[in-house]
Design a protein around this ligand. Structure first.
Ligand SMILES: [Zn+2]
Length: 113
């Protein structure tokens, strides 16, 4: 049992790394190929679900939960700051996501285009 638990933990670690990599690839791909970027996002979310890994706040903000598109600032997302939230509007499907501003102001998401 213990060994099995350990293996699962190790797999989760690998999965986390894979997810991180997929988001990096998605960002790269989003410059020229939205379809490929969305594919990477889909794969990353699937992997996260399979291993029950929660995505980082930066990762959660980088795609639309509704249409699954990778959100690239200045391209297909509008970011607004209200008093309590960051509001991300997906320009591909119009879906609105709100995020608490929280402590992580400096992860690069808020910068103006
Ligand atoms: Zn969308």
């Amino acid at each position: 049992m213990a060994a099995r638990y350990k293996r699962k933990q190790e797999q989760a670690k690998l999965a986390k790394e894979a997810i991180r990599h997929l988001f990096v690839e998605a960002e790269k791909a989003s410059v020229r190929d939205d379809v490929l970027a969305s594919k990477h996002v889909k794969e990353a979310r699937k992997t996260a679900m399979r291993f029950r890994i929660s995505l980082t706040s930066g990762q959660k903000r980088s795609f639309c939960k509704n249409c699954g598109h990778f959100l690239r600032q200045g391209k297909n997302v509008r970011v607004r700051m209200t008093q309590h939230h960051l509001v991300f509007t997906c320009l591909d499907c119009g879906h609105v996501q709100r995020f608490g501003r929280g402590a992580k102001k400096d992860d690069g998401v808020v910068s103006s285009p």
